[in-house]
Design a protein. Structure first.
Length: 167
């Protein structure tokens, strides 16, 4: 793997936080609109088979639950303090992990965050993919060190990945 440039972890967290805050604002608006729709006069059942108001209520409840999840994600990101990893330290939250696929040599850079898994971020210093410790890959990498080889199922295939660096 070629030498990688340094990525500012504060910038990674700031971008993740901005994404989650935008999603939260959108979901709060949707939940509010769904609650208003469920309570609207036109939603009164016309007969015993008319379930529009009930369905709108279910939608509002689901959107409110998602908004609560997003609010928790925002709070977690606000509490996340990035740290530097000394050589030999194991992978943990806020680590940037460079891995190389043993089969094809493809290099990928990951950021371990409590939320936001699956997001691809392009930042000064390079691109990376956010993974969470609870994801299959995050679980495989957690606690491992540079030089370790882990197995993970990615894209439906089991792959051996060599941890090149933990920053």
């Amino acid at each position: 793997m070629a030498a990688r440039t340094t990525i500012d972890k504060h910038a990674v967290i700031a971008q993740l936080l901005a994404d989650e805050e935008r999603a939260l604002a959108t979901m709060l608006q949707a939940a509010h609109a769904a609650r208003d729709a469920a309570a609207h006069e036109e939603m009164r059942p016309e007969n015993d088979k008319d379930t529009r108001a009930l369905e709108a209520g279910y939608l509002a409840t689901g959107q409110s639950a998602r908004a609560a999840e997003l609010a928790r994600a925002v709070a977690e990101l606000k509490q996340l303090t990035p740290r530097a990893f000394a050589p030999g330290e194991p992978v943990d939250l806020s680590a940037i992990v460079d891995v190389e696929d043993e089969a094809d040599g493809k290099a990928t850079r990951y950021f371990i965050a409590p939320v936001g898994g699956g997001k691809r971020l392009a930042l000064a210093g390079g691109a990376l993919v956010v993974i969470t410790p609870g994801s299959p890959l995050g679980d495989a990498l957690s606690g491992k060190r540079a030089g370790d080889v882990v197995e993970a199922v990615l894209g439906g295939r089991t792959r051996e990945l060599c941890i090149v660096a933990v920053q």
